[in-house]
Design a protein around this ligand. Structure first.
Ligand SMILES: Nc1ccn([C@@H]2O[C@H](COP(=O)(O)OP(=O)(O)OP(=O)(O)O)[C@@H](O)[C@H]2O)c(=O)n1
Ligand SMILES: C[C@](O)(CO)[C@H](O)COP(=O)(O)O
Length: 234
């Protein structure tokens, strides 16, 4: 149903171990504000996104305490040990008006460069799709499997392979059930689509911009700073 409210879920309870340093990367500044602020802005700037639930680590001491963004509610909950646990906690913590049929957009706090054109296309596809949709990009480089000493052991086919991004858009009830089933099965899913695939769903792939990067290492932060410097100040 087009025209109904959507909600955002922002997993932001990670430790940033691959990034290193004392500051959890979601609070590192790029273009003058924390990574998480860019993620919130990208989602809450969309007129149909009604609010956001942010999953934070239990000992998060840096959350600025935002209660609103663009006049929309920003809520917080405690995340979990894995990203999937944080997403499940946030889905469960959504306010009562967010029913099981509500389309939820799950977006990494560590992805600051989501563009409105990609978001719009994702929403359009996800609303029409039976099993939801994710932003992604086809693999265009030759893939090598590393062997001993980081030497090439093999070349792998890239035929049909895509890199998954976020947001990933699913109906709240179906996603909760899928994440709970993965937890019961003892499977750590690395994205929401994986949990849905395990239930037999076949989410749609929506080709998105390659610059919707996830800041994982220090090199990514420099690239994110450059990319955001190219955008109109909001
Ligand atoms: N238990 C976790 C782990 C990750 N995340 C969030 O999921 C997103 C993507 O995860 P990733 O890039 O792996 O972040 P970290 O887990 O912090 O990084 P690392 O794996 O290097 O520790 C981030 O916004 C992160 O805050 C989360 O909410 N809860
Ligand atoms: C969800 C995700 O961003 C899709 O590519 C990715 O799986 C997150 O992985 P991470 O190791 O938790 O950063």
């Amino acid at each position: 149903m087009s025209g109904t409210e959507l909600w955002a879920v922002i997993p932001a309870a990670g430790r940033g171990t691959r990034f290193g340093g004392d500051v959890p990367k979601q609070y590192l500044e790029v273009a003058g504000r924390p990574l998480i602020a860019h993620a919130l802005q990208a989602l809450l700037a969309h007129p149909r996104v009604a609010g956001a639930m942010v999953a934070l680590s239990p000992d998060d001491a840096r959350w600025p305490g935002w209660k609103q963004w663009n006049g929309k509610p920003v809520m917080r909950c405690v995340g979990g040990g894995e990203r999937a646990d944080s997403v499940l906690a946030a889905l469960r913590a959504l306010p009562a008006q967010v029913d099981d049929n509500t389309l939820v957009l799950v977006h990494d706090a560590a992805r600051p460069n989501l563009r409105d054109t990609d978001l719009e296309r994702l929403i359009a596809v996800a609303e029409a799709a039976e099993h939801g949709a994710i932003l992604a990009a086809p693999v265009r480089d030759t893939l090598k499997r590393a062997g001993e000493g980081d030497r090439i052991a093999a070349t792998e086919s890239r035929e049909g392979l895509w890199r998954a991004f976020t947001p990933q858009a699913f109906r709240r009830g179906a996603l909760i059930a899928a994440l709970e089933q993965a937890r019961i099965d003892g499977v750590v899913v690395t994205d929401e689509a994986m949990a849905m695939e395990r239930t037999g769903a076949r989410p749609a792939l929506v080709e998105g911009r390659e610059d919707n990067l996830k800041v994982t290492t220090a090199a990514d932060l420099a690239l994110a700073e450059y990319l955001l410097s190219l955008r109109d100040p909001r």
